[in-house]
Design a protein around this ligand. Structure first.
Ligand code: NIG
Ligand code: FE
Length: 413
């Protein structure tokens, strides 16, 4: 916790000082990276100083000051896995499942992901953007400052590009950072029925253009019985690597395909879901530094019974992140704070593990080292809460008292 710039620096942007906060910095070394009476200084988009209020250098104290009077400050939350851009909803399918149909049966009968594909293709660019922006605002109201958004409901070159472009537009028009992920290998579109390898051939040709247009930050695939095989997934990853794009994987959600080990061979940023993850997969993820992104919303909504191997991941020292997996089929959740509670209640994470999972480990799952903690030099993305300790936010259900969000040093209106 050192000063890397001060107001005195010629030409520096004016500083803002936030004083008398309870800080959960998530810096290593102490539980929560806790500072009981802390201060934080920002300049332009970055944090320039953070530490105990009594140590605040006198030179910084005359700047624009806010007394937070003991309120909790955490890093801005990072939702590292969402399918935010899509048309329509699947409330009818929810009813079908309540009457006994399973997620897999609905998918095999042509519903599921493919029904959202039809609605997405039918939606205009403007409608896709407006729906995604509404969802982003709901996440943002609870302290989220970075959102990963996947394609995967277009499943044709132009529609995939439209979805990625809508995600990019969110970052231009809303005070939030967006990371885009190309997930063309999400489901087989109807025009390729029975020809999954031909579809993968086609999807591979789209990637270079997406990259060239600046539409894509990472590449994902759905490797499962109702998704794509490990061999098909490997082809997607090979093309991603050729284009120097990082990979991630929907792995071991409904069955063990040894997808995590495959992804680890490609140095994946993350493997996500992981209910059926094997010890071999855990060892491979540990060796490659891959983050385990756990998705309690999908586990809950699909009424899964097989838990991800949290104790073994913990034991192995694989970093765990928590995300909403927001999507219309398996996780219509738009509260990352609720996921904190679900991660603790359903998956038995400690509140601190769950919090690291939506901050520092979530940032790592996106390959971002400049956020997810409160430290000098990192982005000034943080949330002020009407709470005195972050464990309160993991404990409450349906109550996330976010008072203020600062994004890139600027308080959101
Ligand atoms: O992450 N697992 C695959 N994809 C989504 C579900 C998508 C859908 O049902 O529309 C998920 O859970
Ligand atoms: Fe997902």
């Amino acid at each position: 916790m050192t000063t890397i710039a001060s107001r005195a620096t010629p030409g520096a942007a004016p500083a803002r000082v936030w004083r008398h906060a309870r800080l959960a910095t998530f810096q290593p070394g102490t539980p929560w990276g806790w500072v009981e009476d802390g201060a934080l200084v920002t300049s332009a988009e970055h944090i320039t100083w953070v530490g105990p209020d009594r140590d605040l250098p006198a030179a910084l104290r005359a700047a624009d000051e806010t007394d937070l009077q003991g309120a909790l400050v955490t890093p801005g939350l990072v939702d590292a896995h969402t399918h935010l851009v899509y048309g329509g909803d699947r409330a009818g399918e929810f009813e079908q499942r309540l009457q006994g149909a399973t997620y897999e049966e609905i998918a095999r009968a042509g519903g599921g992901i493919r029904s959202t594909v039809a609605a997405t293709r039918a939606a205009s660019d403007e409608a896709l953007f407006a729906a995604a922006a509404r969802r982003a605002h709901v996440l943002m109201a609870e302290g989220v400052t970075t959102i990963e958004a996947k394609s995967g409901y277009g499943l044709a070159e132009d529609h995939e590009a439209r979805c990625l472009a809508a995600a990019r537009r969110l970052a231009r028009e809303l005070p939030v950072a967006i990371r885009t992920t190309s997930l063309a290998a999400h489901a087989l579109p109807p025009e390729y029925a029975g020809r999954p390898d031909d579809y993968i051939d086609a999807a591979l040709t789209w990637l270079a253009g997406q990259k060239e247009r600046g539409l894509v930050d990472a590449v994902d695939a759905f490797c499962d019985t109702i998704g794509f095989t490990p061999a098909q997934t490997e082809r997607v990853f090979t093309e991603a690597k050729r284009l120097d794009l990082p990979v991630k994987l929907h792995a071991e959600q409904l069955s063990d395909q040894d997808g995590a080990a495959l992804a680890a061979r490609f140095g994946a940023l993350s493997c996500d879901h992981l209910e059926h993850l094997s010890p071999r997969g855990i060892a491979a993820m540990k060796a490659s530094g891959t983050v385990a992104v756990l998705l309690p919303g999908a586990f809950y909504f699909l009424r899964e019974t097989k838990l991800p191997p949290v104790a073994a991941l913990r034991e192995a020292g694989v970093p765990m992140a928590i995300a909403t997996d927001h999507n219309p089929g398996s996780s219509p959740a738009l509260s990352l704070v609720l996921m904190l509670n679900m991660a603790c209640t359903l998956f038995r994470l400690t509140p601190e593990e769950a919090w690291r999972g939506v901050t520092v480990h979530a940032a790592r799952a996106l390959g971002l080292a400049d956020r997810g903690r409160l430290a000098a030099g990192l982005r000034a993305d943080f949330a002020v809460w009407d709470a005195s300790h972050p464990r309160e936010l993991a404990y409450r259900v349906g109550h996330a008292p976010c008072r203020q969000v600062v994004f890139g040093g600027a308080p959101r209106a």
